[in-house]
Design a protein around this ligand. Structure first.
Ligand code: FAD
Length: 470
């Protein structure tokens, strides 16, 4: 009933951007409604993204370790099996527990939740076709667009979510494919390729660009690719897919060098299309109220998340910037703080990025290539996990920490970590960059022993002086 009363804030989309904005707004005493069409909260991230992929990465890692690593730790057993249905059920349980948890948070914080598809009828009114088949108009002084993103399709490659799947289909295969071809060597393709590779698929990654994960520091990327190749992932770089034939049992792909040349074919049981994501604004009625989008379909906003239409804001994957859940959350909080008349700001240069393979790769700030391009004189400090006692103790010592600091001031410019738990280790670097710390600041901070974090301290020592253990 409250839906038709005027709200202070209406959020369209219940993903990490939208649900966080809605909770924050309600916490600040603003009357808030969140509209979500999916039937569950949490958006792409919780339903078909971050969470189910991390569940499967963990389960498949356990299997892989049991198969390849346990024996050397003296843990032996006679029979090892994969129960894929049970693995999927555990993933589904994690997802449903978390999405229901957000519903609980909405209740606790008194966010009004409308389940249905929202469409602008004016800059302060959203018409919602509810999942129950009714229509209601939700009014708000401020409306936040948090409709997120969708899978980017490739011309001539039709996703059927069976033989040709998007990440969503790749998170729910009912059988382990013998041969999996991944189109696109971004983090989503590499993570999903890792899952199925560990469970036994032969994985080939086809990438148009000359390198995998283009945003990664070049030196780290090279080592990372070698790690994945050691895990039997194959790469066909500078290669484009020009044809897909699904008429037989499996899929036959026709490939061509990116620069043109002779065609080759590649067979697969399943093809994963992970060539990026596109902003989702379809059916939202942006034209009706005159909200502009750019060439890529994103909604441009100013520093205050305002679109070109007064009272209408946008956050998360639907606006320019890193398409990551934590960035969407930061946007959500800052946008609502601004609506409430406070300060809100997100520094996109300090958004950490993590690839959750094994080892993980995490980074924040600038890559060496970016620092060079800026023309800044810099120092590099590196420390390999081979020289870290904890990594050796657990026999998981592939990877390194690399720190880039300005030569003159020692101010940290970027940190890149490849390690089993790099996604956790990176945050001390995020904090350091946020506070404008020097590498010496990290090096003089006491780190517990024995931890993987000591490698961050030693890399910091190596940046302005010498490490102890190398
Ligand atoms: P979304 O999460 O896309 O949410 C938007 C919501 O709006 C959706 O639920 C949609 O149903 C709803 N909606 C859209 N239009 C309407 C409408 N008109 N009316 C009502 N509702 C509407 N990011 C990370 O940071 N870490 C990871 O590990 C990670 N892993 C990923 C793995 C995969 C396989 C994928 C696909 C993505 C992953 N991401 C990850 C990216 C992350 O999911 C997104 O960056 C994040 O979800 C963006 O949040 P958002 O709130 O902007 O949009």
């Amino acid at each position: 009933a409250a839906a038709t009363d005027e709200n202070d804030v209406v959020v369209i989309g219940g993903g990490p951007g939208g649900y966080v904005a809605a909770i924050k707004a309600a916490q600040m005493g603003l009357k808030t409604t969140c509209i979500e069409k999916r039937g569950t909260l949490g958006g792409t991230c919780l339903n078909v993204g971050c969470i189910p992929s991390k569940a499967l990465l963990h389960s498949s890692h356990m299997y892989h370790e049991a198969k390849h690593a346990f024996a050397s730790h003296g843990v032996k057993f006679s029979q090892l099996e994969i129960d894929l249905a049970a693995m999927m059920a555990q993933k589904d349980k994690a997802v449903s527990g978390l999405t229901r948890g957000i519903e609980g948070l909405f209740k606790k914080n008194k966010v009004n939740y409308v389940k249905g598809f929202g469409k602008f009828v004016s800059p302060s009114e959203v018409s919602v076709d509810t999942l129950e088949g009714e229509n209601t108009v939700v009014k708000g002084k401020h409306i936040i667009i948090a409709t997120g993103s969708d899978v980017k399709s490739l011309p001539g490659v039709t996703i059927d979510e069976k033989k040709i799947v998007s990440s969503t289909g790749a998170l729910a295969l009912s059988e382990i494919p013998k041969k999996l071809v991944v189109i696109g060597a971004g983090y989503i393709g590499l993570e999903m390729g890792s899952v199925w590779g560990r469970l036994g698929s032969e994985v080939t990654v086809v990438e148009f660009a000359p390198e995998i994960v283009p945003t990664m520091d070049g030196e780290v990327r090279k080592q990372f690719q070698r790690m994945l190749e050691k895990q039997k992932m194959k790469f066909m770089l500078k290669t484009k897919v020009v044809g897909v034939d699904t008429s037989g049992d499996g899929v036959k792909l026709t490939l061509e060098p990116a620069a043109g040349g002779d065609q080759t074919t590649l067979e697969a049981d399943v093809v994963l299309v992970s060539a990026g994501r596109v902003p989702y604004t379809s059916g939202l009625g942006l034209e009706t109220i005159g909200v502009e989008t750019d060439k890529a379909g994103r909604i441009p906003v100013d520093k205050h998340f305002k679109t070109n239409v007064s009272g209408v804001y946008a956050i998360g994957d639907v606006i320019p910037g890193p398409m990551l859940a934590h960035k969407a959350e930061e946007d959500g909080v800052a946008c609502v703080e601004i609506i409430a008349g406070k300060e809100g700001h997100v520094d996109y240069d300090l958004v950490p990025g993590v690839v959750y393979t094994h080892p993980e790769v995490a980074s924040v700030g600038k890559t060496e290539e970016q620092v060079k391009a800026l023309g800044v004189s810099y120092r590099v400090g590196k420390f390999p996990f081979m020289a870290n006692s904890r990594a050796k103790a657990i026999d998981d010592a592939d990877g390194l920490v690399k720190i880039l600091a300005e030569k003159e001031t020692d101010k940290i410019l970027g940190v890149h970590i490849m390690a089993p738990n790099a996604g956790e280790l990176i945050h001390e670097a995020v904090l350091a960059l946020h506070y404008g710390a020097s590498s010496e600041d990290i090096a003089r901070t006491c780190h517990a022993h024995p931890t993987m974090s000591e490698a961050v301290k030693e890399a910091a020592m190596a940046t302005y002086d010498k490490p102890i253990h190398m």
